[in-house]
Write a protein that binds this ligand. Structure first.
Ligand code: NAD
Length: 471
């Protein structure tokens, strides 16, 4: 069975982009987005719009990669709804100036931090969670009082087209606008001066974005990718570990930035883990995963071919079947012994899970630390001291102990990478913070003006030292 091959969206011209940026800048400068009541009303409108068009969005996600409705709701639409609810509930608190403790040096004074919108934000998103990764940052931008231009990925073209339509029908383009297009369009956008750029995508393109942002010293958040390990220690609950790893890996057919990219397993429990993972896959998708309504397809032919090159026959332990017409790759487990394998040369981003054995945890930690800092890490062990050791000795964006991916479901945990896996974080209040400049203001009393700081200094240094010692 073949599924819709996305079309490349129309490119947006440089003139159109310039015009739009100018309109948004004026709208922002006029103060339209400043009132909290306006922001709340717009967030509520977004809530209504998404509800009203939910079915069209489900259909578009299905057309793009046969994303199952439960996954589309749980990881995209439902996720966005929760972020919206949280923002609407807390916006009054988040936007209030925050009083900070005073220091005697400035007596008498009061100090506050005023969160202020940056202005016009550019949000660029990838194709794998085309709603979540566009709307979740947008909620932060709106809550913080910014205007926003959204650049969805041209690769999930069906979803991008619905997003463009529902946003342009419901929001003033001077406030929120969707610009469709590919690399050329993004380059037009990057040639403009934005006040904030929020990018989600590959590390390679992240570097292009940061270079362009540097021209105008525009602050950026980069939510990038990489190879996220799941490490299974000898005292893990193997049945549970297998189930949770398979769920996190094969969700969205492995096209998830925080999917466990590969498994490092302690040699003594390797066979048992592989058997348990095979069992989990059978339970999830049946004997013929191609017939399961719960297993998505690869987004396009380029990625399908790229992934097929990783399927070396001698390493396949489970799965391995493919169908080019429907861009189907079966949930596949590979057993490999070294990082030279094709699946270890880049982020897999598909339903292929290599398993590599290690002898002791030290070796596993070294393997991870020899490579770029991962976006996520998942450690499976019941041993508390080994858990602490992983947290202490490995740097990674975030992750779970004895689970995969679920850290994203807690909006109180800022989500982001580190090093090559990203810069900055968001979700919940962190999304509001990311799109807010923290303006620090000291409001000084006028009834006292000690002469210490004013020239002529004479022998005031001694006094000043004493004062500092006393503080
Ligand atoms: P990508 O970097 O190819 O594309 C992302 C966006 O950048 C798209 O909108 C695309 O149009 C634009 N783009 C592509 N090439 C460009 C160029 N040369 N100049 C300017 N803009 C360009 O990423 P993708 O293939 O859409 O998504 C997959 C990657 O995204 C994976 O590496 C994955 O790990 C990462 N990702 C990260 C997160 C996260 O939250 N950290 C989430 C999802 C995906």
């Amino acid at each position: 069975m073949s599924i819709a091959q996305p079309n490349t969206a129309d490119q947006t011209t440089l003139d159109q982009v310039q015009l739009l940026c100018g309109l948004q800048r004026r709208y922002f400068t006029e103060g339209n987005t400043q009132p909290v009541a306006f922001r709340k009303e717009q967030l509520r409108k977004l809530q209504r719009v998404l509800k009203k068009h939910e079915q069209e969005l489900f259909d578009a996600l299905y057309a793009d990669f046969r994303k199952p409705a439960l996954e589309a709701f749980g990881t995209e639409i439902g996720f966005i709804e929760l972020e919206l609810k949280l923002a609407i509930k807390n916006i009054d608190d988040w936007t209030k100036p925050r009083k900070v403790p005073e220091t005697l040096i400035n007596f008498p004074a009061k100090s506050y931090v005023y969160p202020q919108p940056y202005g016009v934000a550019l949000i660029i998103s990838p194709w794998n969670y085309p709603l979540n990764l566009l709307f979740t940052p947008l909620i932060g931008a709106m809550t913080a009082g910014n205007c926003a231009i959204l650049k969805p990925s041209e690769i999930a073209a069906n979803t991008a087209a619905v997003v463009k339509r529902i946003i342009s029908q419901n929001f003033d383009e001077r406030y929120i606008a969707v610009v469709e297009g590919g690399v050329e369009t993004t380059q037009h956008l990057l040639a403009q001066r934005f006040d904030y750029i929020f990018f989600t995508g590959s590390t390679q393109v992240g570097k292009v974005i940061m270079k362009a942002a540097a021209e105008n010293l525009t602050p950026v958040t980069l939510e990038l990718g990489g190879k996220s390990p799941a490490i299974v220690d000898m005292d893990a609950d193997l049945e549970l570990a297998a189930r949770r790893i398979c769920w996190g890996k094969f969700l969205n057919a492995g096209q998830t930035c925080v999917a466990p990219d590969y498994v490092l397993v302690q040699e003594d429990v390797k066979e048992e883990l592989i058997q348990q993972m095979a069992r989990s896959l059978q339970e999830f998708y049946g004997a013929q995963p191609a017939d399961s309504p719960d297993f998505a397809r690869i987004i396009n032919d380029r990625h399908f071919k790229r992934l097929c090159n990783m399927l070396t026959p001698e390493s396949i332990r489970v799965g391995g079947k493919t169908d080019a017409e429907s861009r189907y790759i079966a949930p596949t487990i590979l057993e490999i012994s070294s990082w030279d394998h094709p699946s270890m040369q880049e982020e897999i981003f598909g339903p292929i899970l290599p398993v590599i054995p290690f002898n002791d945890l030290h070796e596993a930690i070294n393997m991870v630390n020899r490579h770029e800092k991962p976006l996520a890490l998942y450690f499976f062990s019941t041993n508390k001291s080994q858990q602490q050791r992983i947290l202490r000795e490995v740097t990674f964006g975030g992750g779970c102990i004895n689970d995969t991916i679920s850290h994203l479901a807690n909006p109180n945990l800022p989500f982001g990478g580190v090093g090559n896996s990203g810069l900055g974080s968001y979700h919940g209040i962190a999304s509001f913070d990311v799109f807010s400049h923290q303006k620090s203001i000291l409001n000084r009393g006028t009834w006292l003006d000690l002469p210490f700081r004013y020239p002529p200094y004479g022998n005031k240094l001694k006094l000043l030292r004493k004062f500092f010692d006393w503080l």
